[in-house]
Write a protein that binds this ligand. Structure first.
Ligand SMILES: Cc1cc2nc3c(=O)[nH]c(=O)nc-3n(C[C@H](O)[C@H](O)[C@H](O)COP(=O)(O)O)c2cc1C
Length: 216
């Protein structure tokens, strides 16, 4: 059944003048909240923006992409690196039944397990991976309700390094804690049905799938 939503979803960049009901937005957010993550760290926070003033700021964060400001709502996909620090891992692991202190120490001191030991780039990468699951889930739940979405990743943030002054302004305006980065924006709204639809261009099944050995 989810395949239907996957097939029908496309990036919506033209929106109808129709508001997303609060209950629908809540279910979309719930789909993100329930996504899987590395060691169940859930390093995300979904900041909902509906005011025109903040949408205008996010349009600047999106380096002027015109569709951003026109969306009915924007979910600022925030990644919280503190959810993946050693203490957080220790806390999550300690709550697992019958895990030993030795096993916890082994895991939190392994840099393949604990990305914070490898530095900021590894941490950003892992957090980005986690928020991507949540974002994908939200796009599909939105689709189920007929709400269009577009992931906007070409933005001013720590990952791209683009427009640092705009990013700092956004950080200040939204009161982001130091450990939190804006990873992407998910813009939402009912699609403008009169807008031209782009064909879904994808590599063929055989090009992207192989069995037992890589290739075709
Ligand atoms: C991580 C990521 C970042 C993206 N960033 C942008 C963006 O900054 N602006 C935009 O208009 N679309 C953006 N997109 C949408 C892609 O261009 C779009 O998903 C792709 O062209 C396939 O088209 P479809 O979503 O309509 O199937 C992004 C998509 C992903 C997954």
């Amino acid at each position: 059944m989810v395949l239907k939503e996957i097939e029908e979803r496309f990036s919506v960049r033209a929106f109808a003048d129709k508001k997303i009901p609060d209950e629908v937005l809540k279910e979309i957010l719930e789909a993100g909240r329930l996504a899987p993550s590395w060691v169940n760290t859930q390093p995300w926070h979904f900041l909902v923006v509906k005011s025109q003033q903040n949408k205008a700021l996010l349009s600047q964060v999106a380096l002027g992409q015109p569709h951003v400001e026109k969306a009915d709502a924007i979910i600022v996909i925030c990644g919280d690196k503190s959810a993946m620090d050693t203490e957080s891992f220790r806390k999550i692991l300690s709550s697992r039944p019958s895990i030993t202190e030795d096993r916890i120490n082994l895991l939190v001191n392994n840099d393949g397990f604990n990305p914070s030991l490898k530095g900021n780039s590894a941490l950003n990468l892992r957090v980005l991976e986690e928020v991507t699951y949540a974002t994908a889930y939200m796009t599909l739940e939105a689709q189920r309700h007929g709400v269009g979405t577009c992931v906007v990743g070409f933005i001013a943030n720590a990952l791209t390094g683009a427009a640092p002054e705009v990013y700092q302004l956004a950080r200040k305006t939204f009161n982001l804690p130091e450990s939190v980065e804006i990873m992407s924006l998910l813009i939402l709204g009912y699609p403008d049905e009169s807008a031209e639809k782009q064909p879904k261009i994808r590599k063929s099944f055989d090009e992207v799938v192989s069995y037992e050995t890589y290739g075709w």
